[in-house]
Design a protein around this ligand. Sequence first.
Ligand code: FPP
Length: 261
Amino acid sequence: MNSNADDSGAELLAKPSGTAVSPLSIPRHVAIIMDGNGRWAQGRGLSRTEGHRRGMEAVRAAVETSRELGVSYLTLFSFSSENWSRPPLEIQFLFGLLRLFIQRDLANLHRNGVRVTVIGDRVRLSSDIRSLLEQAETLTRDNTGLRLVIAFNYGARDEITRAVRRLAEEVANGRLAPDAIDENTIRSRLDTADMPDPDLVIRTSGEMRLSNFLLWQAAYAELVFLPAYWPDFDRAAYLQAVEEYSRRARRFGGIAARRSG
Ligand code: FPP
């Protein structure tokens, strides 16, 4: 199932007592709902924006851990199409963080062979952000290491709606017959057309819902909900989620349990 499942997991779980532990199954695609920045900050008497700033540190750590584990795709829910209802200053701050992330981290990501891709609707984004995103994608296009997928102004219903609109146009133009539409036709019009579905979806902050994240793609994903707020999501928390994933039996609608990974 997973070409990336290797021995690195065994090492990560090795216990000094010498008791046998099963090796970790490394998910090929991890997708994360990075929730709880605001609550993390408020609990410390800090501003919500400070929570987001610390959240960006956790993003860097998650990228590093993904590379260490051999995860191939890491998708991060960074700004949802519903986040426009937040106060304008907070929205501005989140856009500023994205800008900063690309400006400060792109060279390093590129050096480390990371390929950056952005999913979501770019139409509402300012032209300077759009060109930064394009710059990041173009620079890293041929990299073969971790694929870092930033979901920005992303909402699954919006993504599916855009895909359906495209299909309707193709049908109206006579380029596509309605009978020819199957799951693959739809999949190939989604923002994630050239990526495998997520194997593991992690949500921090204790909330247990998908909040319009990868609704099509996560049909058979294992969901892991962690109580920690996103700024506290460190390597140990990531490993905990992967351990939980390793314990799951994936059946994909069938009856024979397949080990995760
Ligand atoms: C959810 O916490 C988090 C967000 C809406 C933004 C996530 C952004 C980052 C982690 C930093 C930017 C990352 C990149 C890649 C540029 P919340 O504000 O909903 O927290 P709350 O539920 O406690 O209020």
